[in-house]
Design a protein around this ligand. Structure first.
Ligand code: AMP
Ligand code: GLY
Length: 435
């Protein structure tokens, strides 16, 4: 099976590694990263590196390389309709159409859809930039905390949970004044939900689905969930918070009705439906957000505990004929991933600092996923350097969460680069829940 994998982050490294385990797979990556390229070939059109933002080039590559399955990692190509352009040429693709990806690319779409179909979520109102004054008045009278969200894609940074009206109004003004460009021309103001967060991924062929191991992300930069929001500083799976009963409720109240309604509205969701959940004290799930793709860094841990043939699962979904038997066990053991970020993240970061100690970290039994890394050749020597905000995802497995955490931090201690920044409490929430 020839696979084309679109993306260049830790999530795609995890997908490449797991798919490479399947029999007879040949993976091409566009553009990939140094870690992904240990499992995949860089996709080229002639001499030129394939540019995945040119859909026609992707189609041409798939036809030349006889690609059987395209897996789209990130949200941007989904929102721009890459899956549609591939399907139009009868190329099997794991990833939703542009319309179905609106569950992620427009918070207003997702909220209106959930309201219409009775999916549990926070109360909200949406406003366009033309309603700036009205939005200010609504926010000024909203109980606190209040949540303000830019409608469009903002790399996980377009959400403000404000504890004062002044903070809320500042966030609202910044969005309408263009802080997130067009993504902030429309906003959603919503009620703050109490509870514990978890991520649940459902692999769907547009109708049937299989949920993978639940996970917990750590979105804030600082220990104890303090400081700015990031793309995700670490994760573990499965999450003890998501008991079999809560999983069942989520499938019944969220995943199944969303997939059925998407199909009914003429935009079947084929791909990974990521439900970001808030679980209240009674164990009732409500949706914080949807993503139309695998999460990062959750995929690094979910794939590490998945026992089965991921290629077969994703291919069957792409063909509209989901084969859940491709997976023997969604959670064999527990995995923990600690993200090592560059100094300054989630703000401006330095690039080009040498990374050492990955072999030593992996000698402990951990696996190191690459995200923002680059290889430089100097006097015939290859040197790995930092090349982005989130640099590496150091991931280890254990029989239980405590072991997985201990093993991942032991591996973390072996890796060095200037400005190395990470949280020291990844997984702690899970230990607290299990008590
Ligand atoms: P999102 O990008 O929508 O996932 O939001 C980022 C983070 O903001 C979430 O992971 C939550 O921690 C927080 N958040 C978003 N919406 C709400 C809400 N309605 N109530 C409580 N926290 C929220
Ligand atoms: N881990 C959060 C995300 O992938 O959006």
């Amino acid at each position: 099976m020839n696979i084309l994998l679109i993306g260049s982050g830790g999530r795609e490294h995890a997908l490449a590694r797991k798919c490479a385990d399947s029999p007879d797979t040949r993976i091409y990556a566009a553009p990939g990263n140094p870690g992904i390229l240990q499992f995949a070939h860089a996709a080229h059109l002639g001499e030129k590196v394939l540019n995945a933002s040119h859909h026609a080039e992707v189609v041409e590559f798939c036809e030349i390389a006889a690609i059987d399955l395209v897996i789209i990692g990130p949200e941007a190509p989904l929102a721009s309709g890459l899956a549609d352009d591939l399907r139009a040429r009868n190329i099997a693709v794991f990833g939703p159409s542009r319309l179905a990806a609106q569950l992620e690319s427009s918070k207003k779409f997702a909220k209106d859809f959930m309201q219409k179909h009775g999916i549990p979520t926070a109360q909200y109102r949406s406003f366009s930039v033309q309603q700036h004054a009205e939005a200010r008045e609504y926010v000024a009278n909203h109980p606190l905390p209040v949540v303000i969200k830019a409608d469009g894609l903002a790399a996980g940074k377009g959400v403000s949970v404000a504890t004062s009206h002044r903070e809320a109004l500042t966030a609202l003004d910044a969005m309408f004044d263009g802080k997130f460009g067009a993504a902030g021309h429309s906003i959603v103001v919503e009620e703050f939900m109490q509870g514990e967060e978890a991520s649940l991924f459902a692999i769907s062929d547009g109708e049937r689905f299989l949920t993978l191991a639940s996970a917990q992300d750590h979105k804030r930069i600082g220990d104890g969930d303090t400081g700015e929001n990031t793309g995700g500083m670490g994760a573990y799976a499965p999450a003890p918070l998501v008991t079999p009963e809560i999983l069942h409720r989520t499938e019944e109240r969220v995943i199944a009705p969303v997939l059925a309604a998407m199909k009914q509205e003429g935009m079947p969701f084929v791909g990974c439906l990521y439900a970001g959940l808030m679980i209240d004290a009674e164990g009732n799930p409500r949706v914080v957000e949807f993503n139309a793709r695998f999460g990062d860094p959750e995929t690094q841990v979910i794939c590490s505990v998945l026992d089965g043939d991921l290629t077969k699962l994703l291919h069957s979904a792409a063909l509209g004929n989901l084969d859940p038997s491709a997976v023997r066990n969604v959670a064999s053991g527990v995995a923990c991933c600690v993200v090592l970020a560059a100094g300054g993240y989630p703000g401006e970061v330095r690039k080009g600092d040498e990374i050492t100690g990955i072999a030593e970290a992996e000698a402990t039994g951990a696996f190191v996923f690459h995200a923002g890394t680059a290889l430089h050749e100097e006097h015939g020597n290859k040197k790995l350097t930092t090349n982005g905000g989130r640099v590496l995802g150091v991931t280890a497995r254990g029989e239980n969460l405590q072991e997985a955490i201990k093993a991942s931090y032991e591996a973390v201690s072996k890796i060095h680069f200037r400005g190395k920044t990470y949280r020291t409490d990844i997984g702690q929430k899970g230990l607290d829940t299990s008590k």
